[in-house]
Design a protein around this ligand. Structure first.
Ligand code: SAH
Length: 206
């Protein structure tokens, strides 16, 4: 089976399982070549619903997790989105056709170079991949949405400050050895917290 057939099988499974729901999100999964975002030796596994090692102890998330995050994020066409934890660049690539622009920050320089090169090969031009610590030094917003792709102990003030009023952060928060994905909506001075589901991302580091 070639990549196209494997991809169609994966998509139909993700749709049947209820992870992929929106037409635009399904279309983005269909046109984004995940094989360009994994290590060359793992190319044949690109369309399995598994996380894969991408070096430096980090992983590209499993497709169903990217589907959950993207469906929950509900990006609007005019949105400016910030991602913390660029990894391979795949999640940012999936957001590319759904939003105006994406800034993605990656702590490991080797991975930020990897992600930038993967995005270039995929012909994606509205993602800016930045090397840095996304908990402390983020390019000034405001952002419509913030997506945290690593497990965090807390909500960093830099995220809230650079988030538009009415916007939200999707963040896996560490709690007692587990991780739960939360949607944190900025409502004036208040933060509204909603639990989405339990999940498992690599930890946010400094
Ligand atoms: N979204 C990625 C998967 C991310 S894995 C993809 O689609 O491939 C989580 C990533 O977060 C790892 O690459 C890790 O190096 C990075 N990370 C951890 N702490 C970070 C921090 N403080 N700032 C930016 N990136 C961080």
């Amino acid at each position: 089976m070639d990549h196209a057939d494997k991809k169609e099988m994966l998509l139909s499974n993700l749709i049947d399982e209820g992870y992929l729901r929106s037409k635009d999100v399904i279309e983005s999964f269909r046109k984004t070549p995940r094989e360009l975002f994994v290590l060359p030796e793992d190319s044949e596994f690109a369309y399995l619903d598994h996380p894969l090692q991408i070096g430096l102890g980090q992983t590209i998330s499993a497709p169903h997790m990217v589907a959950i995050m993207t469906e929950e994020l509900k990006p609007g066409r005019k949105d400016k989105i910030l991602e913390i934890g660029g990894g391979s660049g795949y999640q940012a690539a999936i957001l590319s056709p759904l939003a105006r622009s994406i800034v993605s920050i990656e702590l490991e320089e080797g991975l930020s170079d990897f992600a930038r090169e993967n995005l270039r090969k995929a012909g994606i031009t509205n993602v800016e991949l930045i090397h840095g610590d996304g908990s402390s030094s983020i390019p000034e917003g405001p952002y419509d949405r913030i997506l945290v792709s690593c497990g965090s102990d807390k909500i960093y003030p830099e995220w809230v400050e650079n988030l538009k009023d009415g916007g939200f952060i999707l963040v896996p928060l560490n709690r007692f050895g587990f991780q739960t994905l939360y949607k944190i909506t900025k409502n004036g001075e208040k933060l509204e917290k909603k639990r989405i589901l339990d999940c498992s991302f690599v930890p946010l580091r400094h």
